[in-house]
Design a protein around this ligand. Structure first.
Ligand SMILES: Cc1ncc(COP(=O)(O)O)c(C=O)c1O
Length: 405
């Protein structure tokens, strides 16, 4: 029998665009994981806001295995029951009238941006093609989505990039007013900038964007790939703001760990995605949609969503206690279970140093850029795991502090 793969195999056989930690997890249950050596970890990372019901949740395992024994894939030459059922649930539970399925957040955004342009083209002509997005925004890794994203490092060296894209400042309506005009087809925004540092939009900002879009007949595209499916404490974060988007993108937690993406829109906009304009072989895959349906209907319940608020308060309390002792954070922010702790000036740029220290203690966490420690755990993480995870985080922070003295 071949020997078990090792971390060295990553360097030997995989392209070097990632730099994974040394430990290789092999098993997960709830908010705990175990690596090849049997070491146990508490998971505050949640696969980057994906494992919203933890690892191997019985309802997701049941949906996957039941569907796995029935029918996996058909292509879009046929439709299938899980896709239809999931689309119906998404429509019933949100502003949307129509759903387009794909396999990732980047693909959902690619579809959203193409639809916005096509809708403007159909209704106003080619001139109305400008897209406004925001500095620090992240929308995926395709060439269009890195170009709409607001972090130049992700598109550097991949040019020529698509044109007609402008970047305003997040939470700064004046900067949008300076750019928007009747040639703008869409304003694209994350209600909580995730990769950009866990930065929630202010209500005035999102409401103001809606008004500006209405004034200039532009579409408001809300990227909820990271903030969606319960993460904020509501099914989608836009629901906190009293703002209705024209297009919403969802992925990550929608599959609870199985790859799926969705773009939601209205009957006013959807006709521009006419037959043949766009598509994906795997979009609406039966296995993915069966798991997505189980994830959505399990998460969108008062029990789970209220639990997110309670857990948010617990995370905050623990982080504040740690901060009172060590003074490592300047600000603790976020919504629901998307939480960011921005490093204080003395530890500027050191968020990433915490990750291996935490791992040593048996804790998985994330960063959002070099300055923010990020947590996006399971929405149903047991309170005992939060306490234990925070005790481990404190040990990691203690090490960071003593190494810096
Ligand atoms: C807000 C947002 N949009 C889009 C994406 C891209 O999603 P994916 O990696 O599934 O393509 C991400 C991923 O982190 C994200 O946070």
């Amino acid at each position: 029998m071949a020997a078990s793969p090792t971390r060295d195999d990553f360097d030997s056989y995989m392209t070097p665009n990632y730099s994974p930690q040394q430990a290789i997890p092999v098993r997960g249950e709830g908010s705990r994981l175990w690596d090849q050596a049997g070491k146990e970890y508490i998971d505050f990372a949640g696969g980057i806001a994906v494992n919203a019901l933890g690892h191997c949740h019985p309802k997701l395992v049941d949906a996957l295995t039941t569907q796995g024994n029935k029918l996996w894939h058909l292509s879009n030459v046929y439709t299938n029951e899980p896709a239809l059922a999931l689309a119906r649930e998404l429509v019933t539970r949100t502003f949307a009238d129509k759903v387009y399925f794909c396999s990732s957040g980047g693909e959902a955004n690619e579809a959203a941006f193409k639809l916005a342009r096509r809708w403007a083209f159909d209704n106003f002509g080619e001139r109305k093609h400008k897209i406004i997005s925001f500095k620090q925004a992240f929308h995926g890794r395709t060439l269009f989505t890195v170009s709409v994203g607001g972090q130049p490092k992700y598109s550097e060296g991949f040019g020529p990039v698509p044109g007609g894209i402008q970047h305003a400042r997040f939470n700064d309506l004046d900067s949008v007013r300076e750019l928007i005009d009747d040639d703008t087809c869409a304003v694209v925004v994350e209600p909580i900038q995730g990769e950009g540092g866990v930065m929630p939009a202010t209500p005035e900002f999102l409401q103001g964007l809606r008004e500006l879009c209405d004034r200039h007949q532009a579409l408001l595209v809300v990227d909820e790939v990271q903030s969606g499916v319960g993460r904020s404490g509501k099914l989608y974060a836009y629901m906190h703001y009293g703002v209705t988007p024209d297009i919403l993108t969802s992925a990550k937690a929608l599959g609870g760990g199985f790859p799926i993406g969705a773009m939601l829109t209205t009957d006013r906009v959807a006709p521009s995605l006419a037959v043949g304009t766009h598509g994906s072989t795997y979009g609406g895959n039966a296995l993915a949609c069966a798991v997505g349906l189980a994830a959505l209907t399990t998460i969108d319940t008062p029990e789970v969503l209220e639990g997110v608020e309670r857990r948010h308060a617990l995370f905050r309390e623990h982080l504040e206690v740690i901060n009172r002792k060590y003074g490592v954070f300047k600000e603790i922010r976020g919504m629901g279970l998307l939480i960011g702790a921005e490093m204080s000036d003395a530890y500027e740029g050191k968020a990433r140093d915490i990750l291996p220290l935490a791992l040593e203690q048996g804790l998985m966490a994330l960063v959002a850029g070099p300055g923010v420690l990020r947590m996006a755990p399971s929405l149903v993480i047991p309170e005992a795991d939060i306490q234990e995870g925070m005790a481990r985080l404190e040990l990691a922070i203690e090490r960071l502090v003593s190494a810096s003295e």
